[in-house]
Design a protein around this ligand. Structure first.
Ligand code: ZN
Length: 269
């Protein structure tokens, strides 16, 4: 089942994403929080469901580490708002980009991440919203996430006592290089904490650390192989296409969407 992250078609408004995805036969949608600005999340959720789309998740919460307790509290408060939004929207999952502070030891940031998740866990559980830790590629360890491997994400889940609402969002862009990947995917699924699967590709050369992701098939990630490992665990979730790309955002977005669907079909035939 194909799901699109709205940021993949960033030039489109929330309403355009819902309408165009549904028309194109895309099954699922993952909203980004900017989609909810100036809107009633419950209404956005209703629009998406009426259009026939599954709401897969809300991106993103996290960014827990900070150098002062006040800033860490602000992050916790913001994550509580995010949980309320996800609940109103009808999104079963929040993807966490966990955060990091340049110059602060990564171990300390990971400790603050675990504390931050623990602080919002009661609200998440009460709202029926799961939290998916997304390990980010180590190139983002400076200021976006101190969680860079599936193993580190699993360690945090374990340290929290393996609550049912905390798991992992696996994104091929961030973890394709990991020599433990197959094992970690199997382990994560066996712990019932493989919550989401994101796909795109890694271009060579990559010209922008953030906004030059590739479409499946145009890079070096063995997307199908990783996807087969995920399927082999019995994972029944959507395959979520999440592509930040200045190049593709500059295209006509209807053509871009058709290109994504074509790449997706090629990948899975
Ligand atoms: Zn992702």
């Amino acid at each position: 089942m194909l799901c699109l992250h709205t940021i993949t078609t960033k030039p489109w408004s929330t309403e355009q994403c819902i309408e165009r995805y549904a028309k194109a036969g895309v099954e699922g949608i993952t909203f980004w929080r900017y989609n909810l600005e100036g809107r009633d999340p419950a209404k956005v959720g209703q629009q998406a469901r009426e259009a026939g789309l599954d709401i897969v998740s809300l991106c993103r919460g996290g960014f827990f580490p900070a150098s002062s307790p006040e800033a860490r509290q602000q992050a916790i408060d913001d994550n509580r708002r995010c949980i309320e939004q996800a609940h109103a929207l009808g999104a079963p999952l929040i993807v966490l980009v966990c955060g990091a502070v340049p110059g602060q030891p990564l171990e300390e940031s990971r400790k603050q991440i675990a504390e931050g998740i623990a602080a919002v866990l009661p609200e998440a559980e009460a709202a029926g919203v799961k939290l998916g830790i997304e390990p980010l590629h180590p190139m983002y360890a400076d200021d976006r996430s101190a969680v860079n491997t599936m193993r580190q994400a699993n360690d945090i889940c374990d340290a929290l006592g393996s609550p049912e609402s905390v798991g992992i969002a696996a994104d091929v862009y961030h973890i394709w290089w990991d020599p433990e990947l197959q094992h970690q995917i199997e382990f994560t699924a066996a712990q019932k904490r493989l919550f989401a699967f994101h796909i795109c590709d890694w271009k060579t050369p990559t010209t922008d650390f953030l906004n030059d992701r590739g479409l499946m098939g145009e890079g070096c990630i063995p997307v199908r192989q990783i996807s087969d490992w995920v399927d082999a665990t019995g994972f029944k979730g959507h395959r979520e296409v999440e592509i930040f790309s200045n190049r593709y955002w500059a295209m006509d977005q209807d053509e871009w969407l058709a290109k994504i669907q074509q790449a997706y079909q090629q990948l899975y035939t």
